[in-house]
Structure formats: C-alpha cells, structure tokens
Write a protein that binds this ligand. Sequence first.
Ligand SMILES: *Cc1c(COP(=O)(O)O)cnc(C)c1O
Length: 488
Amino acid sequence: MGSDRDRPGDPMSDGTGGNSVPPEGRGGPAAGGPGPDSDRVARRDEAVRAAVEQGLLGPGSPIIALLDVPGIRASAAALRAAFDAVTAPGTPVLHAFAVKATPLVPVLRLLHEHGIGAEVASPGELALARAAGVPPSRTVLDSPAKTTAELREALTLGIAVNADNPQELGRLDALVGTTNPASPLGIRVNPQVGGGSIEALSTATATSKFGVALRDEGAREWIVRAYADRPWLTRLHAHTGSQGIPLSLMARGIAETYALAEEINRHIGRRQIDTLDIGGGLPVNFGSDTTSPTYAQYARLLAEAVPGLFDGRYGLVTEFGRSLLAKHGTVVARVEYAKSAGGRPVAVTHAGVQIAARTVYAPASWPLRIAAYDAKGRPKPGPDVVQDVAGPACFAGDLLAEGLALPLLEQGDYAAALDTGAYYFAHHYAYNSLARPGIHGYAPAGDGRDADGRGNPGMRFAVVREPQTVAEIVAESGGAQPSALSGL
Ligand SMILES: *Cc1c(COP(=O)(O)O)cnc(C)c1O
C-alpha cells in the first residue's frame, strides 16, 4: 500500500484535520477509481452480504461489528513503509499502536505480527498487550496517573515509560535508585502549540493535563536540569495530536520537541537523549472512503519540517491509534422498525449510543457515515431520502445520524456505521444494559476469486469477541449478590 495517488490535497491543508460533515451520506465507491480504498469498500460490501448469508446477522442477531483484516494489514504495512522511506538506514523505529483505540487482543496480535508494538496507558491495556504476546521491548507505558505499583511493574518488565510530571519523576527516582534501569525512560512534554477543532481531544493547549508544559515559566530550565541530573533519562515524548488537529500544528509540536532534545543534549555535552517518541494523532477522514491524510504524506511532511529527526541520530517511537484501525471497522445493525415522525422517516436500528457514544453525544464533532444494505445484505440502490437513523436506547438523542440522505431504510434492512474500527464498537457504553455486540474479523476466502476468476469470492470470518450474553450482563451487574443491600 502506501499509495496516495488517489487522494488529492495538500497534507498541510487543514481540510483533513477537522471532522467536517460528510459530503456523501453513504459509502459509495472511493473517488479516484481502483486502489486500496475501493478494494476496501468492495470487501466491506461483500462482508455484509456474507454475514447475512452465513447467519451472523439476522433477526436473531441484529447487530455485529466487523473488522477488515486485509485492510488492517495494509495499514500496518503503509505505516512502516512511510517512515522507512524517510529515515536513515538502520534507524531504530518502533511503531506502538495506541491500545486505547481498539483494545482487542486479536487485533493487537495481528498488528504485532506485522511489526507494530503497543502503547498502553492502564493496567488493563498492559494486560491486553501481554495477552497478545507483545514483548516488553515493544511496549510503551504512558498515562497521566500511573501508580507506584504500575511503575514498578513496568520497570521490572523493562517496558519503556514516559513520566508525565515532576511528581512521577520523583517516583521513578525512588524506583531506579542507583541501578541502571532496564526500561528506557523519558519525560512527556506538552509543547503548548495550541489545540484543534475538538477541544476534548486537543493535547497541546496551554492548559492540557498531559506532560510538562514547556512554555510555563521555568519549565524548560527544569527539564534540562532533570535530564542533566539523571543519566538514565534517554527519551523525550510528546503527543500533540488527535482527531481535529491540523497536521501543520502536529509538525510544529514535534519540531519543538526535537529542538528541546537538541538543547538538552548540547547542554549535557553528549547524546543522552537517543530516542524521540512523537506520539500518534494522525486524523482520519470520516467524510468519505478515501484514506486521507496518508502516513506517507505525514512522514514526508515531518521530514521536511524536522529533517534532523530522521538523519539517524535519534531512534523513533510513534503511537498511532485511530488512523491504523478506524477505516477497517463497520457496525452493521438491523432495521427493527421503519417509521415516520413529523414527516421524516426514522429507521430504528440496534446500533446507537452503546457503540457510538461520541457520535450520539457530540454529533457535530463526530459525524458518522451510514451505508444502507437490503435484507440480503446487498447495497441498497437510491434514490436518497433524508432520514434519521436511530439506536435502540431509551432517550430521544440516541441517533447515529440525523437528517442524512441515503436510500430509504425499511424494516429488515441493515444500516452500517462506517469507519468505526477505532473508539467505537470496542468502547461499549452500557446504557440500557444493551449487550456488547460480537466482533468478527473478515478476509476474502482463498485468493479472493471464485472458480471462474470473477468477483463474489465469499468471505471467511473469525470471532474476535463473542457477543455479551444476557447472563453476563446480570452477573456484571451484581447478579451474584441480589440481597447485598437488603440487610444493611
Ligand atoms: C490517545 C493517544 C495516542 C493515540 O492517538 P490517536 O489519535 O488514536 O492516534 C497516542 N499517544 C498517546 C499518549 C495517547 O494518549
């Protein structure tokens, strides 16, 4: 992969940095003809059809989540190729997937098999990475609230840690003592270059809670001294982005981080900082099936903005999450009822706030595209009708999409929420005790062709996560101690 021939636009432009309202309501073919994006759309359509045909989806199982395995592999390869293309030969580069984006063990294993490590930010995420077989040497621990016990475990295992603040550094001092730690250790800084279009995801504002705020009075001097006093501090970390941040701002944050590393090493008189962790945060285009910006565009932009970062003097760590997985996930939900209210058609489906909490609560920041499929799982032809796509939860705002133009959804059809592979169905919200849907990976059977060498190859599915059962919901809701409160 790594091809960006089918996507126009200047990666510096902010058009890709925000979450603009989708220009197309449904998942039509990717603009620009054949290529990885249109292949992905074709696989998705085939997977929905096959899921209905094979009974994974139907009246008795009205919602599933799907992951495009060839797509995930291709994105992992594109990420690696993009940085390989701009780094000096032999430069150590660790791409650590931000586990919070898709905290599923088989996904972490698949990425690990394709050369991608793990960035974890809680004991749970660390346990997931370990269960997936990601070795400590390919794991990075970041989090603003690490306990002493977590830090001790990470140091015992040899996992890289980025300290968030002076108090955490004090804990590391105590744990490291006079020995040479097995873990690569660094400090997270906030270059305070500013925020993007989504306040809640802007990590580099003046008052962000993350890292040491670089422009605050005395902060720079404190950091230089902190490194000078601790020969074991060999890394510097910043994560300036996430959805809604323009690439130019991300590049500026990384440039400032690089400049600080140079200053520290100059001050100390040796290359004590040997690795820069540049975080993740590449935004995802939720407006169409086009992958934009690409890793190749971002890597080239960084190489132009911060050439010294890639000349081999520094090892690199990246922490991409959303951009690796978002476009490879689809939630497909059956239309249980189709009704009309105030003259507007409303499709009541089984996908709502429980799988798309961000979209339901902040629809302007997190619009989702919806694709319409018929009862057999085939793409529904037009004409487009303005309608609402609602979820099953008992509150009025439980809408996946409001006033969206797409082919009229009728009872028994399927609505697919696109680009939901990161921060959606793996982030279940237990409203109304709605069950977590099952998640299935898919890949074309055989070589992707049928016996005649034509399309319609069939799909193979593998369970990533079983659907939550009603018995599990009861058990997780105190079902084992029904009288717990009665005797108090
Ligand atoms: C969330 C997070 C990431 C991943 O961000 P994406 O926008 O999903 O790429 C990387 N690093 C840190 C420290 C994070 O908190």
